[in-house]
Design a protein around this ligand. Structure first.
Ligand code: XIL
Length: 686
């Protein structure tokens, strides 16, 4: 045991804090702790577990809200009216610095001319700033955007706050906004953050894989200006390719202030700046690390004013001709500013990002509305025309390993490839450890074969399973995944770069799922070890606290008569026990799915190694309701029930849960209508 604060650190505020500490708080079991700076205070305080904005009171007069970014907030009739928003993320925020190490539920109600609004969590972690989207949503029948979602705040996060943002600078009015702790409150107000580990002691991934592909990482530019040099050292030790996580996206490159000051002058060629990207470009130049430029043409993180006549969102959308000019000029200006100022640093550009819709076909966006469906072909034509010959041009997308999406992407890119305007397919690879690795590398091969392009894995992150040993199981999966990737490389599949989407779990845009290779304190995870084992041999070490997974074949019965349920939401959906049951008095209601695959999920991992038989009753106005196994990339159906008559129906099916598998199964409705579930029974049949 070590003393929490050493004498020499006890200055200023800390001294005062110390004098108020009870003896029991002075000691912390068995680990090194960080030296607090003068402004940090760690004292266990009682704090409320809900913060609710009070829009009858000003921010500095107990209103429990703050202005976030460049905008004006006016209080009116118990709501906050947000105007003069200079950036798409500017708006109202609620601060929750005391909830680190907890899962929170953030909820807001707002009206706006925008299509949708998003709640985003931001916090500082070891001097870096992270942004994690919690939930986004569109208008309900009353025209109100009513959103609520859960997110975990890492234990080392400081100054956490949640803000309400949009995809453009239109006004919004928020009438309610609150954050509360979900579940039991883990009060860390008296606990200092951890100490960073020395990252230079960890063997280099990029050196280990040098014969096969570049090993890259996405990083925010805050790493380059961070007073902790550990993050920079980790990058230079581990990686030989860097992707700026947000800094080269249109929302950070387009210069609204300058453009709007003289819209006529900038009509065909909006002003741009690289204030956000410069530190990371400079870092790559200094350290001779190659950069992937991400991304030129995208429906997201591109402000909507870019698509309007005179850049005025209250006017008309720009014509095809005008938008083609803006597109060409933007692509030309961005690529060539980087090439002129940082020659040779950017070796690949994601020209177009995420242009296929989740439901199939081309995604509708401002780009399709203004230019039309050939915007992808045009973007690649312009990029080829203006990019230096040695800069590789990529298309980049997610769920790219799913058969139907892959076919759509290949169809979209065939003409681009035929015109000689594309060099690579970027497989984002935001995956979970349920994804079949052969299926995945099969997709890489198919892109290469059908389009004649090279492959970059551009945004790899792998959700840790919800198992007894999530970090270890994730490590074992990483070994499997990288073994498959290596075998594919050896068999001639041209995978030339693998980039992980973030440095540490805590910095990940999906931090709650712990999807990366390093812990928040920079020490390597079993996931890192798994990647190394794939190339060096050996197995991921079982942790000292390894828990034998339980195989429990007790039948699972849920009839909701005790008004409880044990499963949970898949994505945005919500569950509630209601009356009007199939049997007895109660059943489960599932509402608010934003996509058909949002639904009610149950974990069946305890049946690993057995075949299960699932039976249930279901009612919905949707044509069809399905019970599906949550295996990324394939999603096999267990049962399908025709529910179009709105009456109760029964369904059943069998599924084999593989040995050691962590698996959820979920019910969904075909058109996102609410559904009702009752009499759920799961039993093993072998
Ligand atoms: C994410 C970033 O990681 C977040 O910081 C940001 O808030 C949203 O965008 N596909 C992409 C990436 O192509 O640009 C996205 O990055 C993740 C999904």
């Amino acid at each position: 045991m070590k003393k929490l604060f050493r004498e020499e650190n006890m200055k200023g505020k800390i001294t005062k804090v110390m004098s108020g500490l009870v003896a029991g708080l002075i000691f912390l079991g068995g680990c090194d702790v960080a030296k607090p700076t003068e402004t940090e205070s760690y004292v266990l305080r009682e704090v409320p577990t809900t913060v609710t904005a009070d829009f009858t009171k000003e921010s500095d007069k107990g209103g429990n809200w703050v202005t976030y970014g460049d905008c004006k907030v006016t209080l009116k009739d118990g709501a906050a009216v947000v105007t003069e928003r200079k950036t798409s993320n500017a708006g109202v925020a609620v601060e929750c610095p005391d909830y680190r190490g907890n899962t929170i539920q953030a909820s807001a109600k707002a009206t706006t001319d925008n299509d949708s609004l998003t709640l985003t969590l931001t916090y500082e972690i070891f001097g870096n700033v992270s942004y994690v989207n919690i939930v986004g949503g569109g208008k309900n029948d009353e025209g109100v955007i009513d959103i609520s979602g859960q997110i975990e705040i890492p234990a080392n996060a400081k100054n956490a706050k949640v803000y309400l943002e949009a995809n453009d600078v239109r006004d919004y009015t928020v009438s309610s906004f609150s954050i509360s702790v979900s579940g039991e409150f883990n009060n860390l107000t008296g606990t200092p953050v951890e100490e960073l580990q020395d990252p230079t002691k960890t063997a280099s991934l990029s050196a280990a894989y040098a014969d096969y592909f570049k090993f890259g990482v996405a990083s925010p530019a805050s790493v380059m200006t961070n007073q902790n040099d550990g993050f920079r050292k980790l990058i230079t030790t581990q990686f030989n390719s860097v992707t700026p996580e947000n800094e080269l996206k249109p929302e950070n490159v387009l210069d609204y202030e300058t453009t709007i000051a003289d819209p006529a002058k900038y009509n065909e060629c909006p002003a741009i700046h690289f204030d956000a990207a410069k530190p990371i470009l400079e870092f790559c130049k200094q350290n001779k690390i190659s950069m992937r430029g991400h991304t030129l043409i995208w429906h997201s993180q591109t402000p909507s004013w870019f698509f309007y006549e005179n850049y005025d969102v209250n006017g008309n959308l720009a014509s095809r001709d005008l938008m083609l000019k803006r597109m060409e000029n933007y692509i030309d200006a961005v690529i060539n500013w980087c090439e002129t100022n940082y020659p040779g640093v950017i070796y690949a550009w994601d020209v177009c990002n995420e242009c296929i819709d989740d439901g199939g076909g081309i995604r509708q966006s401002y780009w399709t509305q203004t230019v039309g469906e050939d915007f992808v072909e045009k973007a690649f034509e312009f990029a080829r025309k203006h990019a230096p010959a040695n800069v590789q041009l990529f298309y980049n997308d997610y769920n790219e390993y799913q058969t139907s999406k892959m076919n759509d992407i290949i169809n979209l890119l065939k003409p681009v490839a035929a015109a000689g305007n594309i060099d690579g397919m970027g497989m984002q690879s935001h995956i979970s450890s349920g994804l079949d690795v052969d299926n995945y590398v099969g997709a890489a091969k198919k892109y290469a074969d059908e389009l004649g392009v090279i492959i970059h894995i551009t945004e790899l992150d792998v959700q840790a399973p919800k198992s007894a040993n999530p970090m270890y199981d994730q490590g074992v999966y990483m070994k499997k995944l990288f073994t498959a990737i290596l075998e594919a490389c050896k068999a001639g599949v041209p995978i030339k770069c693998v980039t992980v989407w973030g440095i540490t779990d805590d910095m990940s845009w999906k931090s709650s799922t712990k999807p990366l290779l390093f812990y928040g304190n920079l020490s390597p995870k079993p996931a890192y070890e798994g990647v190394m084992c794939a190339i060096n041999g050996g197995d991921v070490a079982k942790p000292a606290d390894y828990v034998e997974p339980v195989v429990d074949t007790t039948p699972f019965i849920e009839d909701y008569e005790d008004q409880k349920f044990t499963g949970g939401p898949r994505y945005s959906s919500k569950q509630k026990v209601v009356g009007d049951a199939y049997e007895g008095s109660y059943c489960l209601e599932n509402t608010e799915g934003y996509a058909e695959y949002d639904g009610y999920a149950i974990d069946v991992s305890s049946y690993a190694g057995h075949t299960i038989h699932v039976s249930f009753a279901i009612k919905s106005k949707a044509d069809v309701c399905k019970l599906t196994a949550d295996i990324d990339g394939t999603w096999p159906n267990i049962a399908e029930v025709n529910t179009s008559d709105g009456e109760w129906h029964t369904g059943e099916g069998d599924f084999h849960v593989d040995d050691g598998m962590t698996l959820q199964i979920y019910w969904e409705s075909s058109d996102m209508s609410p559904f009702y579930l009752d009499s759920v029974k799961i039993e093993t049949v072998d």
